[in-house]
Ligand binder design. Structure first.
Ligand code: DQA
Length: 162
């Protein structure tokens, strides 16, 4: 099975941007952490990051032709604005999991709105980098059994200190 891990705007600045919210670890560390976890779960992962909404839509559409089994997506700021991303996820019908490093529901009002939530099978927020592993686990279970794990235990993540 293969999964696409999509990250939206400013997530390439992890480790630089607002470390009090997003931590000190970099995007590179995030990729390494997810790749290691994927290996232990026996699945393949591919990463895509862009600061551009259209490029993110293109990546979702490519996933359809490349027959990905699931998409983990942190749309970042586009979560709160993008009908285009929600439509793309709906169009490709690939099971998707929405992930946010921070607890978006405990921040500004505008971060409580998510255009992608209703088209995702799972949403994970406020678990730092671990959230990506949690989301991937959800999608693996969903791809195998058509449902989410019963016991949504957090997954161990060595490098994420948050
Ligand atoms: C984020 C939360 C968004 O509100 C914000 O715009 C981001 C990152 C998160 O991972 O916590 O860029 O998606």
């Amino acid at each position: 099975m293969k999964f696409l891990i999509i990250n939206g705007p400013n997530l390439n600045f992890l480790g630089i941007r607002e470390p009090e919210i997003y931590g000190n670890n970099t995007y590179r560390t995030l990729k390494r952490t997810v790749a290691r976890h994927a290996k232990t779960r026996g699945v393949k992962v591919k990463f895509f990051q862009s600061n551009h909404e259209g490029a993110l839509v293109d990546a979702i559409q490519r996933a359809y032709f490349k027959k990905f089994d699931g998409i983990v997506i942190n749309p970042a700021a586009y979560t709160h604005t993008s009908v285009a991303l929600a439509d793309a996820l709906k169009a490709v019908k690939i099971p998707a999991a929405e992930v946010h490093i921070s607890n978006v529901s405990a921040r500004e009002e505008f971060r409580k709105i998510s255009y992608v939530r209703s088209v995702c099978v799972s949403t994970v927020t406020g678990e730092g980098f671990n959230g990506y592993l949690h989301a991937l686990n959800d999608l693996i279970e969903y791809a195998r059994n058509g449902k989410l794990p019963q016991n949504n235990e957090k997954t161990a993540c060595q490098e994420n200190k948050r």
